[in-house]
Design a protein around this ligand. Structure first.
Ligand code: PMV
Length: 333
């Protein structure tokens, strides 16, 4: 039996625009998904203890492919597709290294995640990264981190109909603050910023929101300028990060939120949390991830911001998001 964990993330800058080749800067935070993998004769059985679902078990095998669980079929299908594809990548990686039984290997996969599902905190990337790593090690192969990140990206791209960037999966694998632009990914040495996350208890459908931005861009070609402006925010943000210039960072987060709202991916609950954080003295605040619902991230005094967010009617949870610098961790069982 093997176990791996990987962190969730917030976007300091650049979500959505990253899909069009602009840079993005996500930052790993101290919430983790833990995946335990054990060999079994054949097929794939997945158990999830805490995916913001009530908990479910699904068996994929020769005879049983229909889960009998009481959760939304689309949410379940999405969660299962990520694990299923991650296991396929693990089998392939081990088979390429000469592990003969890899392609037919059966697995029992248990997922325990602290990261709310679909809330913009990179839950799927963390689960995929940890699953690929634990399943390959269960087959006796230890992959370089870069390969785990690359295979995890392929999983996201396939499950999200070709619409994914390398940002979430690279960040979950490497930890810390990273920069992603197209195929190019690297870690940034940056200060530990005081970040607070506000969560409205909801979820956005990443695939649908990405498609919505694409449609808007096709209908109104000048929306392309908004997407490029997000890229400019990110490039300026990198300089501010390197200088630990928090005032500029905050201002740029505010601009980034406005641009995301302009392309239609904010929500009333997200705007309410963003404004509550700003009113409480945040240097900046923005939605994080795909939007539509889920989380915001604010830069400022964690106690003040948590307290202020707790009073927002639509805010279900607010917490200090500490930077995670480990990324993927190979755990003792
Ligand atoms: O909400 P999340 O954590 O799935 O982040 C989505 C980020 C997007 O830029 C909208 C899509 C992507 O794959 O980069």
């Amino acid at each position: 039996m093997t176990a791996s964990t990987a962190p969730g993330k917030v976007y300091l800058f650049g979500e959505h625009a990253v899909v069009y080749g602009e840079p993005a800067v996500p930052c790993a935070i101290g919430l983790r998904a833990r995946v335990t993998v054990e060999r079994r004769a054949d097929g794939l059985r997945v158990q999830a203890g805490d995916l913001s679902l009530d908990g479910f078990a699904v068996e994929y095998g020769a005879t049983d492919t229909t889960p009998e669980v009481d959760v939304s079929p689309s949410l379940l299908e999405a969660a299962m597709s990520y694990v299923n594809e991650a296991v396929t990548q693990a089998r392939e990686a081990a088979a390429e290294r000469g592990v003969e039984a890899a392609r037919a290997a059966g697995f029992e996969v248990t997922v325990d995640s602290e990261i709310p599902l679909g809330a913009g905190l990179g839950s799927s990337a963390a689960v995929v990264v940890a699953t690929i790593d634990a399943a390959t090690r269960e087959l006796g192969v230890e992959l370089p981190r870069e390969e785990v990140a690359d295979r995890a990206y392929r999983v996201e791209r396939s499950v999200q109909n070709g619409e994914a960037s390398r940002a979430d999966t690279f960040c979950a694998t490497m930890g810390g603050v990273v920069r992603v632009e197209g195929e190019s990914c690297r870690t940034l040495g940056t200060p530990d910023l005081p970040l607070v996350v506000g969560y409205d208890g909801g979820a956005g459908d990443t695939g649908a929101l990405v498609a919505q931005v694409r449609e808007l861009r096709e209908t109104y070609p000048f929306v392309g300028d908004t997407v490029s402006a997000i890229g400019d925010v990110v490039r300026r943000g990198e300089t501010a990060l390197a200088a630990d210039d928090r005032e500029t960072l905050g201002e740029l987060m505010n601009i980034n939120h406005g641009l995301l709202a302009a392309v239609g991916v904010s929500a009333r609950s997200l705007d309410a949390m963003v404004w509550a954080a700003r009113d409480a003295g945040a240097r900046g605040a923005k939605l994080t991830g795909a939007g539509g619902g889920g989380c915001i991230v604010a830069l400022g005094d964690p106690d003040e911001l948590e307290r202020a967010l707790a009073y927002v009617p639509g805010c279900e949870d607010a917490f200090h998001a500490e930077l995670d610098t480990d990324g993927l961790r190979r755990e003792e069982r």
